[in-house]
Design a protein around this ligand. Structure first.
Ligand SMILES: [Cu+2]
Length: 475
């Protein structure tokens, strides 16, 4: 052992002893049984049976971790471990997560709660947990090497602090962070207010999810951890459309949606049919004077946003990231733009040599949505999802807000497709079409008389003389 390793080892041992001494013996004597989740479905809200009451959240394609009260302390047990996450029906990924799923379970506590979190490391390498946004003692911040030694393989560490401020937070490793987050290690954290708070609304439905991204080659199962920017799966809670559950609400419900971004780029999250107000971030509830109506809110990397609205318009409303490449599943982006290129004659010739040869996109890419093209096993189709009127032609970060007047309070079941009242849907015009009137060309219009030509100018023959530069070596 060289001197540097010896020093690090000694420091780690000393810090470990300090951390252990500050945690009560009762906690270490008996830790709560870890609870595992085997389903990727959205679980109903976990109504608190013990501790202070609160109005629970619903995690999209996720769940809330049960706890136990131990002499006034709320105890949770997180198990960091490899998991198989179903990202969409028919498409599974080898990930790292917590308690059987990726992301890990949502942790819900109440402002002022003393929280004790046992973290068992069943990964093949060390880890730690950083409690993003929490006020806590420095040694509980979970930054491996800086505030604690990493949790070795097979070991359990204990974190303990008081959830001092209410809000929308998350947790993730702060040890080999690039790999562990690329593999799916993250989870949501909500601290509910302990009393009425003038800046925190009481809502009927409270949804939360994390934005995450993966790079998984079609036909394979394991994310490529080295990818920095060029991800091919844009997901909400490690699910891609049509695998993301819909947000089902009752008409006139007050709805809050909380979103955290743990990808490598920003996501403008956009809701159809309603305006919302951003009411807070991981920094806390926003002052009323800072709140403006929006229909899209951009969430930068490492940020969280919560926004609220009254669901007063019945229907099936698209809810998605507005970056159009983020509502697609795995695809190649280095495809030439073939729009407008008529190469039908060529296809026949090429198909004689390569029977599977297909030309994509000479009329756009919409055919991809319904194409019966063979794709590798364990691959989410690029753009898919059937709606009541055909292919939705989406993937990735896309879901639907379903607003129904007969959705029961507390019922989160998918009500099916919206039955639009007769006469309220866009329809085909079957009457006569008149030709658009194009203004006649006026002589001189394209000679810079101050007005733009409204149609293509008549061809003017121009003689061009091309002269090779003199004195170059090329002839
Ligand atoms: Cu996006």
């Amino acid at each position: 052992m060289n001197r540097r390793n010896f020093f690090n080892g000694a420091a780690a041992t000393a810090m470990g002893a300090v951390a252990a001494a500050s945690v009560s013996r009762v906690a270490l004597a008996a830790l709560p049984e870890p609870v595992l989740q085997t389903s990727p479905a959205t679980m109903p809200p976990l109504v608190p049976g013990t501790g202070r009451p609160y109005n629970p959240v619903v995690t999209l394609n996720g769940w809330t971790l049960p706890w136990r009260m131990n002499q006034g302390v709320k105890e949770f047990h997180l198990v960091a471990e490899p998991v198989v996450r179903e990202m969409a029906p028919g498409f599974k990924a080898n990930m790292w997560g917590y308690n059987g799923q990726s992301p890990g379970p949502t942790i819900e506590v109440v402002e002022g709660d003393r929280v004790r979190l046992f973290v068992t490391n069943k990964l093949p390498e060390h880890t730690s947990v950083h409690w993003h946004g929490q006020r806590l003692p420095n040694g509980m911040d979970g930054v491996s090497g800086l505030t604690q030694p990493p949790i070795p393989v097979g070991k359990t560490f204990v974190y303990e602090f008081v959830a001092r401020r209410p809000g929308t937070f998350m947790y993730h490793p702060h040890a080999d962070e690039m790999t562990q987050m690329a593999m799916g290690m993250m989870g949501f954290w909500v601290t509910h207010p302990k009393a009425k708070n003038p800046l925190i609304s009481e809502v009927d439905r409270d949804f939360c999810f994390l934005l995450n991204a993966y790079d998984i080659d079609p036909g394979s199962m394991t994310p490529k951890a080295m990818t920095m920017l060029d991800f091919n799966l844009w997901s909400w809670n490690s699910r891609v459309f049509p695998g993301i559950d819909t947000l089902n609400v009752r008409k006139m419900d007050k709805v809050r949606i909380r979103v955290g971004n743990l990808t490598m780029t920003n996501h403008p999250i956009h809701l159809h049919g309603h305006e919302f107000v951003v009411t807070g971030s991981d920094g806390g509830p926003w002052p009323l004077a800072a709140r403006v109506p929006e229909i899209t809110t951009d969430i930068a990397v490492g940020q969280m946003r919560q926004f609220e609205f009254v669901a007063d318009e019945e229907g099936d409303w698209a809810f998605h990231c507005h970056k159009s490449h983020h509502t697609m599943n795995a695809m190649g982006h280095n495809v030439p733009n073939m729009i407008g290129v008529d190469h039908r004659g060529l296809v026949g010739k090429l198909q004689r040599a390569m029977p599977d040869y297909m030309v994509m996109g000479e009329r756009g890419m919409a055919d991809m949505g319904e194409m019966e093209m063979p794709i590798p096993d364990n691959t989410a189709p690029m753009m898919t999802g059937q709606g009541p009127y055909g292919g939705v032609e989406m993937g990735g970060m896309f879901s639907i807000l379903k607003v129904r007047k007969d959705q029961k309070p507390g019922d989160y079941k998918d009500p099916g497709w919206y039955a639009q009242p007769p006469g309220t849907r866009a329809f085909e015009w079957k009457g006569a079409l008149s030709e658009p009137t194009r203004p006649a060309m006026h002589e001189g219009m394209h000679h810079g008389h101050g007005s733009m030509p409204l149609s293509a100018p008549a061809t003017v023959e121009t003689e061009v003389q091309v002269r090779k530069p003199a004195g170059t070596a090329h002839h």
